[in-house]
Design a protein around this ligand. Structure first.
Ligand SMILES: C[S@@+](CC[C@H](N)C(=O)[O-])C[C@H]1O[C@@H](n2cnc3c(N)ncnc32)[C@H](O)[C@@H]1O
Length: 370
């Protein structure tokens, strides 16, 4: 069968399916028939979740901002005691507790309240709370999503992630985004360190390494590996301070500059790009990969770690969440492993492969060989 014919048949199938699914008569039938009812209910719930997603996010924000999650992590409490601690009326507290319970953040046990399973999981990862607070900026930009897509809105996030100002040594610009990245870094670092054997290398350069939180994790896990970090001047200065106070100052060399303008330091057999490539549009991304290629010796490796588009089971995190987040930020896009492989080949890398990580939703890893 020719490819054109297969595409044509696929198209006709999808069009026919969508006509049926959109029909109110079919929807009524599907909801009433015992055979189709479970599927109809699942689909209705999924659609409702899409419509209501912002309300759930804001419920989560309120649970964090009032201190409810932190409070219940300490001890179970009665609603009146909770109200006194979080500074809301008893009525508002009950409303928040019930909303939080409905989405798994808190749980009622007898006449007291404790964390729900998602609330407990959230406590185990400090980076999530920081992201939730940070989403105020994202949601301000998304208040008019069509204007954002048309390019009619100067994004609030674009001012937050202002790499141009950070490259002019503007410490006030670099500080908030560097702190945010450092807070969410441990979860990412653990996955990278679990999926790739760093001990096979002698010298590692982490490009766009932020405050050095990733190198801190590598240093703690892999003895004997020489460490170096490259980032914009204002960020490099923060990394120096952080790594000095972590006792790694002697083991890490900090290089400051812009990877879009300055050559990367040579002499490292492994270079890492952790949550860096997706920040950049295709032309600068290719320039960056060419700079990495030029800095590596023959046989040297590049490790790319970031959330990617088209991740099975985590599709919304790629093209929906990061697609719109990076649009608001003003540059970059999430890429599929195949797209990353194509730019790696264009930059001169001989081979590239995907490595399995524990939580591909937050981080996938590709290894390229020069
Ligand atoms: C999203 S953050 C990731 C930080 C760190 N790798 C992590 O995972 O926590 C991107 C990093 O790339 C750095 N960066 C952006 N543009 C750069 C450039 N032109 N040259 C050097 N570093 C740059 C930023 O300063 C920032 O630290």
């Amino acid at each position: 069968m020719s490819k054109g014919l297969v595409v044509g048949l696929h198209h006709r199938f999808v069009a026919a399916r969508n006509r049926v699914l959109a029909s109110p008569g079919f929807q009524r039938f599907a909801a009433r028939c015992w055979l189709t009812r479970p599927v109809a209910r699942r689909r209705a719930r999924r659609l409702f979740d899409l419509v209501a997603g912002f309300v759930y996010s804001q419920t989560l924000a309120a649970c964090l901002e009032t201190g409810l999650i932190a409070l219940l992590a300490e001890e179970t409490q009665a609603s009146a005691a909770i109200a006194a601690r979080i500074g809301l009326s008893h009525e508002a507290t009950l409303r928040l507790l019930r909303a939080g319970a409905a989405i798994g953040l808190v749980e009622r046990v007898g006449d007291r309240w404790t964390l729900g399973s998602d609330g407990a999981a959230l406590r185990g990862n400090g980076g999530i709370a920081e992201m939730v607070a940070h989403h105020r900026l994202l949601y301000a930009d998304l208040a008019d999503p069509v204007a954002l897509l048309r390019g009619e809105r100067a994004g609030t996030l674009a001012g937050y992630w202002d790499y141009d100002k950070a490259s002019d040594s503007d410490a006030a610009v670099a500080a908030p985004y560097s702190r945010l990245m450092a807070a969410s870094q441990p979860l990412v670092a653990a996955q990278i360190l679990d999926c790739y054997r760093f001990a096979r290398h002698r010298r590692l350069l982490d490009v766009g390494g932020g405050e050095g939180r990733f190198l801190e994790s590598v240093g703690a896990r892999v003895a004997g590996l020489e460490l170096a970090l490259f980032d914009l001047p204002a960020v490099g200065a923060r990394a120096q301070t952080r790594l000095d106070s972590a006792g790694l100052g002697d083991r890490v060399t900090i290089h400051s500059g812009s990877f879009l303008v300055d050559p990367l330091p040579a002499g490292h057999d492994l270079i890492t790009l952790v949550r860096v490539l997706h920040d950049h549009d295709d032309a600068p991304a290719l320039a960056l990969l060419r700079a990495v290629h030029a800095a590596l010796p023959p046989g040297g490796r590049l490790l790319i770690a970031e959330p990617m588009a088209g991740t099975p089971g985590a599709e919304p995190a790629g093209d929906a969440y990061f697609g719109l987040y990076l649009l608001a930020m003003g540059s970059g896009r999430p890429r599929t492993p195949r797209e990353i492989g194509a730019i790696l080949a264009a930059a001169g890398f001989r081979t590239s492969r995907l490595v399995v990580t524990a939580l591909p939703l937050t981080c996938r890893v590709m290894i390229a060989c020069r």
